[in-house]
Design a protein around this ligand. Structure first.
Ligand SMILES: O=C(O)C(=O)C[C@]1(C(=O)O)C=C[C@@H](O)C=C1
Length: 271
């Protein structure tokens, strides 16, 4: 089994991909430099892709949700891992800081103390690599687990804004015709997209009332602009339960009368 994930090696995505991989008979990792490229690797170059979907502080990882709108993949699993960062520098007074775009928001307090430009990177390990290659005074926000025996002129440990910082990752694959039936005793979650092409007053509240009426508990709801017109959004939702649960089926049947619904998958909940 080949698993695509965000590289180079050292990312939190790599840790998550290994954790998914350990549940399989065997696996190899393939690294890609950006989240969109990771998802594109499925199915030609990889059987599964592992990507971050939500950070406990920063919320949903928009490039991942936007890719699902363009190309729905099947979510087959989720897990969450603790995320801790350090700030490392090659000089006491860095003149710029390399930081991955989601990591930047998770370390905002520390970064605001340095009055220098932030250079966004696609991954945390890229931030470290760019610092290592830099000839100018620079710093990088890097995962604690990447520090190893590397030495730096300046280091600030544990710079994450919130003590219990965590990121949730999903494993996705090309949608298969037959979905796995739910197993007894497993708590499932279902992810779906409501594609809004019939905008009208009360559209969102109508959908929410349907979930409430069938007592389907929503655990996430984000709107993403369609990119066509101001005020027009697609919705990504997660709810407790399996697509085969009668309440979820009934709710989706009603919603589908008004909007296109794409089910991204039902998978065991990380809790
Ligand atoms: O760059 C990494 O280490 C990643 O795995 C990406 C990522 C993300 O995009 O959310 C994963 C966990 C942290 O939230 C920060 C970065």
């Amino acid at each position: 089994m080949r698993i695509a994930t965000l590289g180079p090696a050292g990312t939190f995505s790599e840790l998550a991909a290994c954790e998914f991989g350990r549940q399989l008979p065997n696996y190899t990792l393939a690294f890609y430099p950006a989240l969109a490229r990771v998802l594109k690797a499925v199915p030609q170059d990889a059987d599964l892709a592992v990507v971050p979907i939500e950070n406990i502080v920063e919320g949903m990882v928009s490039p991942v949700i936007d890719t699902f709108v363009k190309r729905p993949l099947e979510i087959v699993g989720e897990l969450s891992i603790p995320v801790r960062f350090s700030l490392v520098a090659n000089h006491q007074r860095p003149e710029k800081i390399y930081a991955q775009f989601v990591a930047q928001g998770q370390c905002s307090e520390c970064l605001s103390r340095y009055d220098v430009p932030i250079m966004n990177t696609a991954s945390n390990s890229e931030a470290l690599q760019l610092l290592q290659q830099s000839r100018e005074p620079a710093a990088a926000v890097v995962p604690e687990h990447c520090l190893g025996d590397l030495s730096f002129a300046h280091i600030e440990h544990d710079i994450t804004d919130y003590a219990h910082n965590e990121t949730r990752f999903v494993a996705v694959r090309e949608p298969h015709a037959g979905r796995k039936a739910p197993q007894a005793g497993v708590h499932y979650k279902t992810s779906l997209l409501i594609i809004d092409d019939t905008d009208h007053p009360g559209l969102l509240v109508e959908h929410l009332q349907v979930f409430a009426a069938y007592r389907v508990n929503l655990t996430s709801l984000v709107s993403r602009p369609t990119g066509q017109k101001f005020g027009q959004y697609h919705f990504y939702l997660e709810c407790e339960g399996h697509l085969e649960d009668s309440a979820i089926r009934a709710a989706l049947t009603l919603i589908q009368l008004r909007n296109k619904v794409t089910v991204l998958g039902s998978y065991p909940s990380a809790g």
